[in-house]
Design a protein around this ligand. Sequence first.
Ligand SMILES: [Cu+2]
Length: 299
Amino acid sequence: MRPHIVFSLCLALAALACGKAPDRRSFTLQGQVESVDPAKKTVVVKHEEIRGFMPAMTMPYQVQDGKALDGLAPGDLINATLVVVSNGAYLTNFKKVGTAPLEKPPAEASNPPAAASGFELLKPGEAVPEGSFVDQDGGKRRFSAFKGSPLVMTFIYTRCPLPTFCPLMDRHFVTLQKTLKEDPSLQGVRLVTVSFDPVTDTPAVLKQHAKRLSADHTRWTFLTGDRDDVDQFAARFGVSVARALNDQRDITHNLRTAIIGADGTLVKVYTGNDWSPEQVLADLRGLRTVRELGTGDRG
Ligand SMILES: [Cu+2]
């Protein structure tokens, strides 16, 4: 369930190698280990505010070497260094300073958030349910209004501080937008980014965020809405969002990106962050053969 970030991190670092030197920043992180996965080289840490970088949050973090996680267990209180480069981040220099009972079960092991209970995962070919949203201009949007255009849809929150999570989804969508613009055969395809953090991501915030990404709203729409509505809608795609009891903005989440056909049915869901825009474009082009791609009515 946890996003796999190794592969895209490597790609990102490879890309960096031929560009300018990465700007590398280090921060001290203090927190509690919620779960450890040496095989995936990740550790979920609930941590305090990192001054000047990010608020208190619970997130999976990458380490460079699984050995760095030796001896760490859920409940451990740690100090560590968070190293952030342009397109990646990892934890290093772990120091165990104590242990404490976990406040809540680890996100991985616990049941999906309430919104997911009673909601079945959508399967390819099934109709995506209706949803009510608000767009970046504050306009009401019903999901069914997108019918007639194939969609690529992803779920993020704009405060997500780690370059390999939500910001990577944004960068991939920027790439997709560029190609959709250039390829006449993909004219009809629309992009939709849904924020699951309506407390922070008001339409105004989404609009600013979209502007920073040079999003063209004739093609790329940002949505949010009532928190529970968004959670329920997102859960159908396998998105799980857990918020701390004492602070709704302390978010633990996974990543899902979906292709939805022009007829409003689910085509495919990509898990985590190891998909590439090239893959999505290839899948979109494949849709043409089953006549699911729109008529290019958007010109
Ligand atoms: Cu995120």
